[in-house]
Design a protein around this ligand. Structure first.
Ligand code: BEZ
Length: 212
């Protein structure tokens, strides 16, 4: 199995899901994508995670991001469990869940970490850009449910820095100052940053967030 690294093309696959067969690249279209695995159906933390993603779906839609869940359980299991998620989390699951019983996708994306658990997927998150390249990978253990505010926060940074020549500093939040990427030479700062900039050091230049 070839490991996936940032900047690689996200491996394509065709898989069964609760919303029909998915060809991953075709399904993504021109959108950003979040592919995330959870350890197993009918487990408590996963139930809260999938309910939370359903509630946050409008936030993902606003950002042109499609969400796709995965576990190595069957389609029948997913369909039964969705009823429980809807009932207990007060929501309606509104995104597809891949039924990866043969572990094809889990193995392609290295979502099973045998020293953690040799059967269940860990909590992997892959963010894919509209160019189908992998922009971010995060891995959580089964015991830690994800904070999907963190996923929305990192999407804000990924989308900002994809389209503007800035990076986001430590603890950055939407609307706060950004760092100018080091590759912009000093004589091009005024042209590239009409909102202004502050040069604290030659390598540390700050500008207001360009897209607010
Ligand atoms: C859960 O989703 O609750 C869970 C799954 C596997 C191990 C521990 C917790």
């Amino acid at each position: 199995m070839k490991s996936i690294r940032l900047g690689d093309e996200a491996p394509n696959f065709i898989a069964k899901s609760t919303e029909g067969e998915i060809n991953f690249h075709d399904w993504l279209g021109d959108s950003w994508g979040v592919l995330f695995s959870h350890p197993a159906d009918y487990t408590p933390v996963c139930t809260t995670e999938l309910g939370t993603v359903a509630k946050y779906k409008p936030e993902f839609d606003k950002r042109n991001v499609k969400v796709l869940a995965l576990s190595v359980d069957s389609l029948e299991s997913h369909i039964g469990w969705i009823k429980d998620i809807n009932e207990t989390q007060g929501t309606t699951v509104n995104f597809p869940i891949i039924a990866d019983e043969d572990r094809k996708v889990a193995e392609l994306y290295d979502m099973i970490h045998p020293n953690a658990d040799d059967k269940m997927t860990v909590r992997s998150v892959f963010v894919i850009g509209p160019d189908k390249k992998v922009k971010l990978m995060i891995t959580y253990p089964a015991s830690t449910g994800r904070d999907f505010n963190e996923i929305l926060w990192v999407l804000a940074s990924l989308q900002l820095t994809a389209y503007h020549k800035v990076a986001t500093p430590a603890n950055w939040h939407q609307g706060e100052d950004c760092v100018i990427v080091p590759s912009i030479p000093e004589d091009q700062l005024a042209e590239n940053f009409p909102m202004g900039y502050t040069e604290i050091k030659s390598y540390l230049r700050i500008t207001p967030q360009p897209n607010v």
